[in-house]
Structure formats: C-alpha cells, structure tokens
Design a protein. Structure first.
Length: 113
C-alpha cells in the first residue's frame, strides 16, 4: 500500500512543554507517554498504546474496565468525566484510600472528547 505510513504505536510530535521520559503527554486529542525527554519545540516520541501505572486522583476507587480520563488541571488520571479527556481503561482495581495514588491504565491512543 503506497499510502501506509506506520502502525501508529509511536508518534513523533513537537514538544509543547519540557517533557521527561515516562511523563503523560496530551497534545490536542492525542494522549500517550513520552518515550524520552524533550525541550519545548523539539521532536518528542509519544507511545500511544500499552498499559501503564499512572498517578491518579487520591481517594478514588477504580474497577476493572472503568473508563479513565486525563485531568489537565491536576495532571493526573481520574474516573471523573466532567471536562476531562478520555485516555484509557482501568485494568486493575484500586481502592479509595488516600495513599492509593497509582492506577493501571490501558491507553486508547486518542481522546474521544
């Protein structure tokens, strides 16, 4: 196929902010995890799929299969829809304790909202 570019697991974008390896990145409706560090304006490889442990909103219980969103205001994943961007699905249940701040998420590659 002449028009095939790639699988899309990794996308090279322009860093809109200083970014570190492993940092969640939202550019427009594209969400993924930075593969390496980048300065503003530099090429940034963003991994668009896979399962990651991400910092979540504390005191929030998750169930397996629950939709997970990126909260731009807190730079954390959450199960609250509001104006947040859909980024994946919980693949591990997590309790609502104040110290339970990591959630395991399967990325969807792009936000649906």
């Amino acid at each position: 196929m002449k028009n095939f570019i790639g699988v899309g697991n990794r996308v090279t974008l322009t860093a809109a902010a200083v970014t570190t390896s492993g940092q969640p990145v939202l550019i427009g409706s594209l969400f993924g995890i930075a593969e390496s560090a980048a300065a503003i304006g530099e090429p940034l490889v963003v991994v668009m799929n896979g399962i990651y442990d991400l910092t979540k909103t504390a005191s929030q219980a998750w169930t397996v299969g629950q939709l997970i969103y990126w909260d731009v205001a807190t730079s954390r994943v959450t199960n609250v829809v509001a104006t947040n961007k859909l980024v994946g699905v919980a693949v591990l249940a997590v309790g609502a304790g104040a110290g339970e701040t990591i959630g395991r998420v399967r990325l969807t590659a792009a936000s649906a909202n």
